[in-house]
Design a protein around this ligand. Structure first.
Ligand SMILES: *Cc1c(COP(=O)(O)O)cnc(C)c1O
Length: 463
């Protein structure tokens, strides 16, 4: 049936969405569109294109929240137009952000929990920039006080997330990253101390590394830095990247001393949108005591009608994520967080036990102490198989699972590992399905691959 060239308006409304003009042609991709379209049609078009994305709940590569309570969605919706930077216009959002900072300071045992400084960020990356900048500023002050000309600043880290490489490059700081060794995937106090000098702005230790999920030995590193100060006078601050661990250790291992109980720890960052259980777009950075944050870095914003100190790289930012974080704190409390995180650890141990029955994999990390909930494994050195972990990751993708395989950083580039994160909503029941798909994948390779067929190059590390 021929369609008329120009349709009357009522006909356009009556059109089935898939016979509408918008959906009978490919959408613009590169040129800015000329005319208007109906919201319904464009919604369908975009909604359908997004089907090609992976399913976030089956993305076991991410540390980030992929399930939220309906009340969180409701609050996010109610806050969609609120700009958190307009502190004068939205004083309650500003107040709630401040409450979250002090609740976190309390959770992390700051001696000045009610008055110390901190702020929300878009995530741990921005928080790391702020923590790093504060260390750089304080180092410069130290040098000035000592009457020394400051040289090239450096920062010492274990195997860090990429945000610290960005910090180093963007702010012109040399990064001294301690390389991994076979079977040793986190830093040690000795390796840290070896690299310290008067131009060291600080040391970064990670509570849960992205590569193998393990906590670095923070208390030991702090003690070594204390001893370094006693013997040499070098007073080097410790920053803890607790992107994941900041919302795990306080609930599951409250006796683990990694936080502001250690005077050496001057600042901590975390991702609210990881084990903080908030939707994507919130992180936090806190200083142990008020004076740990140089006043120089604080801007007093007054042209919005108020006079508020701000310290951030961004200006406008949505307020909903902060509100959702506060919701979680009130809704769950220590008890609720502990229950959720423990169930994730339990599910991880359940899965690792299943994997072990296949007798092909060496479990690198899994447990409920000293690690992020998840399982990290590699092929046993003597495993006689005709696939590698990249092949297995591809195979799992057929079923919708996103399970990354990646090579470790220097000096373990030859070790390929596979890792799943177990977050809120990744249940034993789902993991049983994953395990069955791994088994099916292995028998597929047994049947169809010629021995020694696959040896793909290491590809980029993602999470
Ligand atoms: C995820 C992560 C980051 C980056 O955090 P975002 O919230 O994604 O910006 C930094 N450090 C560690 C250890 C992480 O796990």
């Amino acid at each position: 049936m021929a369609l008329h060239k120009i349709k009357p308006a009522n006909q356009i409304v009556l059109d089935d969405v898939f016979t509408s003009k918008s959906l009978r042609h490919c959408a613009a991709a590169l040129k800015f569109p000329a005319g208007e379209k109906l919201p319904r049609d464009i919604y369908e078009l975009i909604h359908d294109e997004l089907m090609l994305d992976g399913n976030a709940r089956m993305n076991l590569a991410t540390f980030c929240t992929t399930w939220e309570e309906p009340e969180i969605r409701q609050l996010m919706n109610e806050c969609i137009s609120k700009n958190m930077i307009d502190k004068d216009e939205y004083p309650q959002t500003a107040e709630i952000e401040t409450r979250c900072v002090h609740m976190l300071a309390d959770l992390w045992n700051s001696p000045q929990a009610a008055t110390t400084m901190g702020c929300s960020t878009t995530g741990s990356s921005e928080a790391a920039m702020l923590g790093g900048l504060a260390m750089k500023w304080r180092w410069r002050e130290r040098m000035k006080k000592a009457g020394k000309t400051s040289g090239q600043p450096n920062i010492i880290t274990g195997p860090v997330q990429i945000c610290w490489h960005k910090f180093a490059r963007y702010w012109d700081v040399e990064i001294r990253e301690i390389p991994m060794e076979h079977g040793k995937y986190v830093s040690t106090p000795e390796e840290v101390i070896k690299r310290c000098d008067e131009n060291t702005i600080g040391v970064v230790a990670t509570l849960g590394t992205t590569f193998t999920l393990q906590y670095e030995p923070i208390e030991e590193i702090a003690a070594a830095l204390d001893k370094l100060q006693e013997t040499t006078g070098l007073d080097i601050p410790l920053h803890v990247d607790a992107a994941s661990g900041g919302f795990l250790a306080p609930f599951i291992e409250p006796e683990l001393r990694w936080d502001f109980r250690l005077p050496r720890v001057h600042s901590i960052n975390t991702s609210g949108h990881k084990f903080g259980l908030s939707p994507l777009g919130v992180g936090w950075v806190l200083w142990r005591e008020k004076h740990d944050l140089p006043e120089d870095l604080i801007f007093n914003v007054n042209y919005l009608g108020g006079n508020m100190p701000t310290f951030a790289l961004n200006f406008s930012r949505p307020g909903g994520q902060i509100i959702a974080q506060y919701y979680n704190f009130l809704r769950l409390g220590r008890e609720g967080y502990a229950k959720i995180q423990q169930s994730c650890y339990d599910a991880g141990m359940f899965f690792a036990k299943k994997l072990k029955t296949l007798d092909l994999f060496e479990i690198i990390s899994c447990g409920d102490s000293g690690v992020i909930p998840g399982v990290c494994w590699k092929l046993k050195d003597d495993a006689k198989v005709n696939f590698n972990l990249y092949d297995l990751a591809d195979r799992l993708r057929y079923r919708g699972w996103l399970v990354p395989a990646y090579a470790l950083p220097a000096n373990c580039e030859n070790e390929v590992i596979q890792r799943i994160l177990i977050r809120h909503g990744v249940t034993e029941d789902l993991l049983l399905k994953l395990y069955e798909d791994i088994k099916d994948g292995i028998s597929h390779f047994d049947k169809f691959s010629a021995p020694g067929l696959s040896s793909k190059e290491a590809s980029g590390f993602q999470h």
